[in-house]
Design a protein around this ligand. Sequence first.
Ligand SMILES: C[S@@+](CC[C@H](N)C(=O)[O-])C[C@H]1O[C@@H](n2cnc3c(N)ncnc32)[C@H](O)[C@@H]1O
Ligand code: SF4
Length: 375
Amino acid sequence: MRLATRRPKGWKSVLYNTAMAKVGRPGPLMMPVHVSVEPTNVCNARCPVCETGNGTMERRRGMLDLQAYRAFIDTIAPHTSVLMYYFMGEPFLNKHAYEMIRYARDAGIYVETCTNGDYVDAKGIIYSDLNEISFQIGGMTPETHAVYRIRSDLLTVQKNLNALIEERRKHPESNLQINTGFIVMKHNEHEVPAFLEWAREAGVDQANVIDPCVRNVVEGHAMLPSDRKYWFYDEEAFERGTLKPKHVLHNECTWVWNSIMVNWDGSVVPCCRDPHGHHVLGNAFETPLREIWNAKPATDFRRQIASNQQGVDICELCSGFGVPQLMPEAPVDFKIGRLSLDPTPIDFDYDPVTGAELPGAPSADRGKTATAARL
Ligand SMILES: C[S@@+](CC[C@H](N)C(=O)[O-])C[C@H]1O[C@@H](n2cnc3c(N)ncnc32)[C@H](O)[C@@H]1O
Ligand code: SF4
């Protein structure tokens, strides 16, 4: 309803495609409003769950080409509301990153990204006119950070984040929202309150407490937090030796009816749960996305989701992403988000938003639906 009154770019697509998803029709669809592009699938870090970090990535490694990217942006600008400028690597290792973001911004697209923060250049970000960035960290000390964010340096990440906050202060005209995310794991769960306190004091706009993803039960035993409110997985199934999400999907996914991913080499995959490129739908640097979006591989894929999602390998560990947002909010004072399906509050002995001491009065923004890409 709000969409129809505000009418942001892409509103008709979201309404139409979401309705098609709800009735299980695979197409033809209107063009997707969310497009992800992968600047690179190379990374300086070695996060053990990530296919890039742990070296299991089956796709060839490389960098998104500037010319191919520009031509692609020209074709998608009329219908794309949000460009997610990241996928299976560190976006700022692409030497054209700032130029690429700027190009999409000049084409009228809202751009957001996620980074490990090791190579972010503050002036480059402000120049790029990026809308939203999230620095994702793994601990509040260099040691705890590096348990999962292997080869990443917390002090460098924090230095780069502070430099960006300072640079934005010098540029009040900037559209940038600065977020930070904390991937909660066994080795760092005791640091969640310290993370929120640090984030507030640093001056970020939003701090996200992120439930961790793992790929199998062995990783689960090693990494999932003891506190199960941070679990995205079914606890009973886990005890029986099976890894499955708490909320199993039943032949529906509004996300892949509204969104698409383009790898660095132009290959198109349905969503971020396909890091290896097992379900390539076409190549967006050779064929217009408009054709790929409604061609047989894409409609066959959506048909399979609508009829037998349990048979779709990449849906196995996913709980769904809901409907993409069209016009994300402008920067706020300080907001806490939980990228979680569990509404259990995080307990604090102070108000995490204001920092005031309020014994027994937590006030985090809970149960927020995850819209960021889940690894
Ligand atoms: C593959 S990374 C690419 C972007 C960038 N290199 C980074 O790590 O932020 C995509 C997203 O997955 C997140 N991520 C990595 N490992 C995770 C895990 N085990 N559980 C939840 N999120 C994870 C990252 O923080 C990031 O938001
Ligand atoms: S999660 Fe991000 S930082 Fe970690 S290895 Fe993967 S791409 Fe690199």
